[in-house]
Design a protein around this ligand. Structure first.
Ligand SMILES: C[S@@+](CC[C@H](N)C(=O)[O-])C[C@H]1O[C@@H](n2cnc3c(N)ncnc32)[C@H](O)[C@@H]1O
Length: 172
């Protein structure tokens, strides 16, 4: 909705919406929202402009629907072929993963984000700024994450307290 309202003339937008859950994908494809969902801060002007009343629900307008492609994606697995994104909204999903998987998702997400692109995480996920692939950048009242250029990412430090030793034919 924000893009539809604010993109300059001549721009097009391609939004990929993904989830691992077939039920959530089916819900997204329906594009129907209950009154309680619409009451979470959507201005009335946007409601009447972009939705039509359908029974007890609100149905999203065709012009918004055609901006969005919906597909199954398990973030915890290697990504399939994906385009390069200008903006990635990854809100409240990393919380499901252990720390290794989070770091892996963040690394792979950096690979599919434009060099001048943005990543937005959910509030509880801001501590993940420890990841070396992203740098925090305050923007107004929020914090966004920008990809670190690949040549600026330090090699992981080697742990010299552990030597690699092969013991062969050791007599007692
Ligand atoms: C708490 S909801 C957040 C939804 C939305 N991003 C938001 O902020 O409102 C978390 C979503 O992550 C999805 N999810 C969980 N594990 C996932 C995975 N491995 N890959 C992709 N999506 C996943 C769940 O199915 C659920 O729809």
């Amino acid at each position: 909705m924000i893009l539809a309202e604010h993109l300059p003339p001549g721009w097009t937008v391609d939004i990929l919406a993904s989830d691992v859950s077939p039920a959530m994908l089916a819900r997204a494809r329906e594009g129907r929202y209950g009154q309680a969902e619409m009451n979470r801060g959507l201005p009335a002007a946007m409601l009447v402009k972009h939705f039509t009343h359908s029974g007890a629900d609100w149905e999203i307008s065709p012009h918004l629907r055609k901006m969005v492609r919906i597909r199954h994606l398990n973030l915890a697995q290697p990504f399939p072929e994906l385009p390069t994104f200008d903006v990635v909204l990854l809100r409240n999903v990393l919380i499901y993963f252990d720390i290794c998987t989070r770091r892996d998702v963040l690394r792979r997400t950096a690979e599919v984000t434009a060099a001048d692109g943005y990543l937005m995480l959910g509030g509880p996920e801001t501590t993940l700024d420890q990841d070396e692939h992203w740098v925090r950048e305050p923007m107004g009242s929020i914090v966004v994450h920008r990809p670190v250029p690949p040549d600026m990412i330090a090699e992981p430090a080697r742990d010299h307290s552990i030597a690699s030793v092969a013991l062969t034919g050791v007599d007692a």
